[in-house]
Design a binder for this molecule. Sequence first.
Ligand code: GLY
Length: 359
Amino acid sequence: MRNIFIYKDISELSRFLNDSDNVFVVIDSNLKHLHSHFEGCNMIEIPTSEQRKTLESVVEITGRLLESGADRGAFVLGVGGGITTDMAGFAASIYKRGVKFGFVPTTLLAQVDASIGGKNGVNFESYKNIVGTITQPQWVYICSEVLRTLHPKEFRAGVAEVLKTFILFDKEQYAAAVEYFSELEQYLASTGSYLKKGEFYKEELLLEIIGKCAEYKSAVVERDEFERGERRMLNLGHTFAHAIEKICGDTPDYGPIMHGEAVAIGMVLAAKLAACYYGISSDFAQQLERDLKSVGLPTAVPSDKNGRQMPLGMLVEALRMDKKVAGESIHFILPKRVGEVNDVLVPLKIVEEISCDLC
Ligand code: GLY
């Protein structure tokens, strides 16, 4: 996907919205403060939450497109975090057998990951992202301005995906990103904000990191759009993460957890699993734990209200529900170190056996 545009300000977006009558903005209902940037466009506000990431919501968007008179020449613009962009992209890709669409991701996680790649999915029953399409947006408009109002917890969830991408592809960028985000956390601790004079502390550096990350993701997608091989690597940390998210969703005692937080924990578990599986030292898992902590991310499975850690048996049960299960084995992306990561089919039995070493 070559059409990723990176700016500091949201105001440049007006250049992309000339034919505003024909633009149908599917926007998270929490983003009213952004409405002025879509003058003349048709606005479709949708409430977003993981629980609402459903076929029913996609049907609702479809109904609203129809009501608003969207024809085959319509352009759907998804504005919000990953849940909004996923649902907007899915609705656009099936509405009148497919209309063009674009995204303005407004969270760090959506900018570096969810809005890029063309997977537009929703949850079904207790399965995450199990129904959807792979259809590419025409363009993605990324700007740092919209990130300035994010809560640190939400911002950090995106940092997990940034570090994941660099673990896969770029040792130097990984080190640089850990350094920047740790500094940013120290700045937050000393000033109470990520912002300095209204902009992120060292915002140019943040934009550079976002740009690099988006570039890596879109390059992988170009080489392997339908996830036959290389694209699977992007699932680093996600197998455990989806299991943790599922448990937190089903068992309110543990939740709520953000996707990025679960990915951070999932990456540490994957690094520990790699150490056990290959019989190598756990130095990388320990380094990763330190790095994730320094950028404010969690590294251990959540505990319930009484301080009891999520049992590993529960995690293994949840793993069995994953899309990546093949018989009695499951695909894990196992990192030995930054830049050395493999896609391995691991028997669930082995995960069960070594589960005591994972936490
Ligand atoms: N929409 C996220 C992806 O395609 O990976």
